[in-house]
Design a protein around this ligand. Structure first.
Ligand SMILES: Cc1cc2nc3c(=O)[nH]c(=O)nc-3n(C[C@H](O)[C@H](O)[C@H](O)COP(=O)(O)O)c2cc1C
Length: 226
């Protein structure tokens, strides 16, 4: 009985939260490969599409990667990655978004530094952010490591390299993310008195004591335990 009540509670939360889902698909793209996937994800989710634009555009010479004299090389490689090239901060009402798909090419193994400028600018604390990338061959693992460790207040979902992905596989991936995150959005706003401790996948736990690091629903609030 208790189990089925929990299930009904979670279903109710999921359904009521669906209406509130607000998706942003933000991307930086130098040669438009990533842009093409960003546009598809925006269509699939009904989300707002937003281009991250550097205040000083990258010149074509940056395409010669491994040329150490280029700006991109120096920003990515020569400084330990702490550079934050300025962007046009034109995103309005950033706080309205629950899920942010965040796209970019891989530059020298990592996210272009403008992606970090974007995260510094808007914060997105407590929001769900999902990276996606394109690259010539490098995988996304350094992005999946660097961004969550630099921005621990964000709820990160493991990102994906999208090169060559079919539309139906892309749809399956995007839908999976929407489904798993929907049940978690703004639970506190909808059910301020909901009691109990749950994992993000909805499993009830007996108490909030000694939880391993992770994100939990505790008395209707999404909380990060470190
Ligand atoms: C400055 C620069 C650095 C790059 N570094 C890498 C890299 O480390 N690994 C890789 O596989 N591709 C690398 N690439 C290739 C791009 O990641 C790839 O072409 C990507 O799809 C471009 O996306 P975009 O068209 O959205 O800019 C690099 C490209 C540039 C211009």
């Amino acid at each position: 009985m208790k189990k089925s009540l929990s299930l009904i509670f979670l279903l109710a939360v999921a359904i009521s939260a669906t209406a509130q889902q607000k998706v942003l698909v933000a991307y930086f793209s130098f040669t438009n490969n990533t842009k093409a996937y960003a546009e598809k994800i925006a269509t699939m989710t009904g989300g707002d599409l937003y281009e991250i634009v550097p205040q000083v555009a990258y010149g074509d010479e940056n395409n010669k990667y491994y040329d150490e004299s280029t700006r991109a090389y120096q920003e990515q490689r020569n400084t330990g990655g702490e550079q934050r090239p300025e962007i046009f901060a034109t995103l309005t009402n950033a706080e309205q978004y629950n899920i942010i798909f965040l796209g970019s090419p891989i530059w020298y193994g990592k996210s272009p530094r403008v992606i970090l400028t974007f995260l510094d600018t808007y914060g997105f604390a407590g929001k769900t952010v999902v990276p996606f990338v394109t690259s010539a061959s490098t995988g996304i693992s350094q992005v999946n490591e660097e961004l969550p460790s630099a921005y621990p207040c964000i709820h990160w979902i493991e990102g994906k390299r999208l090169n060559g992905m079919s539309d139906s596989d892309l749809q399956t991936w995007v839908q999976g993310i929407m489904q798993t995150t929907t049940a978690l959005q703004d639970v506190s706003a909808e059910t301020p008195t909901a009691k109990g401790v749950y994992t993000l996948s909805g499993l009830p736990l007996s108490s909030a004591d000694n939880l391993p690091a992770g994100v939990y629903l505790i008395n209707g609030q999404k909380q990060i335990i470190k």
